[in-house]
Design a protein around this ligand. Structure first.
Ligand code: ACO
Length: 332
């Protein structure tokens, strides 16, 4: 990327619905236990959005917090990463922009499910690199609990709802906060590993109510997630001329603590560099990475000057990674 055309992180915001659902509460209505969920996933509790709270609502809260953190509400584009848009059509991003009072700006959705935030960062960096935008609000917001069958112990314990956001501004390649390089991939042949079969434009209706909920092949996804996130992490490090030892904080998609640990092990990364907030939020899909960044800033484990590796994996399949040095930014 040319000097003066990098995307630099300038603000960070998070928002979680207030309702906490812990494993004990889930165990009362599902054939599961706190012990199983904790030991197999690392999740203790998650937030579940109330019926009156949507992806757009959560995105407005997180986006507003990121603008406050950046100290300016001037942006000329908004990219919303989500797999749970309020409607099938239109995209939700314009409604988020209006909700934030950002009238007239470019606004669109990116759907790469749990990799959505990294894809949206790359998209925003492209808008900045081409001079299309100077400042971009990137939001990940998902209400994934709505896609889960309330009676399914295989998916209900894993997912939670929430939103996270960053402000990116035009800056220079070597300044703190500059994002890149990026590495992005997909493999559509494996779409069936995590899919909501009905309700989309191809199959609007189904006689089987289960078709409206997510079906997931957990073990196969687990293996792909570890291999792909490790591979993609190595690719961005290599492109940046860095080594695994140069990574201070590893912020991977929070899908399962065992996936994070196994990926770090494959990379040869010490466990104390792994950022994990999955215990309190579960898998929040496109919101996972900014929520993990915000929590790590709050608890002091992520500090200015840390070299941070972001890597994500999601349904599609999709995966991708990027790097930055943490700037002087705190959650708003
Ligand atoms: N409580 C109790 N038992 C359970 C539960 C539960 N909630 N869920 C499954 N089990 C049982 C199974 O029925 C099985 O029983 P059996 O041995 O009698 O058949 C046993 O526990 C083991 O099941 P596995 O599926 O082998 O368990 P595993 O250790 O693989 O953990 C899990 C399952 C947590 C889903 C794991 O595979 C995983 O995290 N996979 C990745 C999922 C993921 O990341 N999805 C999101 C992708 S990102 C996106 O884009 C949305």
């Amino acid at each position: 990327m040319q000097k003066g055309h990098s995307a630099v992180l300038a603000g960070l915001g998070a928002w979680l619905p207030p309702r906490v659902v812990d494993n004990h509460e889930l165990s009362e209505r599902l054939d599961t236990s706190d012990e199983w969920i904790r030991t197999r996933t690392g999740i203790r509790e998650r937030r579940i959005a109330g019926a009156d709270t949507s992806t757009v609502d959560m995105a407005v809260h997180a986006g507003g917090n990121a603008l406050r953190s950046a100290g300016s509400d001037v942006v000329d584009a908004l990219v919303l990463a989500t797999a749970t848009a309020d409607q099938l059509c239109p995209a939700s991003a314009p409604q988020v922009a209006s909700g934030l009072g950002l009238h007239g700006i470019a606004a669109f959705d990116v759907n790469a499910v749990c990799s959505g935030f990294v894809y949206a960062l790359a998209t925003a960096a492209g808008l900045i690199a081409t001079g299309t935008a100077d400042r971009v609000l990137v939001i990940g917001s998902d209400v994934f609990s709505r896609l889960c069958d309330p009676a399914d112990r295989g998916t209900m314990p894993i997912f939670g709802d929430g939103a996270g956001a960053v402000v990116l501004r035009r800056g220079e390649t070597h300044e703190p906060g500059a994002l890149g390089p990026f590495d992005l991939h997909s493999e559509g042949e494996l779409a069936d590993l995590l899919i909501v079969p009905a309700g989309g434009a191809k199959q609007r209706e189904s006689a089987d109510p289960h078709d409206y909920y997510v079906t997931m092949h957990g073990q196969t996804i687990f293996r792909h997630a570890c291999a792909r996130m490790a591979e993609s992490s190595r690719t961005v490090l290599e492109r940046a001329g860095l080594d695994v030892a140069d990574v201070d904080r590893f912020v991977g998609h929070q899908a399962n603590i065992r996936i994070l640990q196994a990926t770090a092990k494959q990379l040869g990364l010490p466990g104390d560099r792994v950022v994990a907030n999955i215990g309190r939020v579960g898998n929040t899909s496109a919101a996972s990475i900014p929520l993990a960044l915000a929590d790590a800033c709050e608890d002091g484990s992520l500090q200015r000057g840390h070299r941070v590796l972001l890597t994500a994996f999601g349904a599609g399949l999709t995966w991708g990674s990027t790097l930055l040095t943490w700037p002087d930014v705190k959650p708003g």
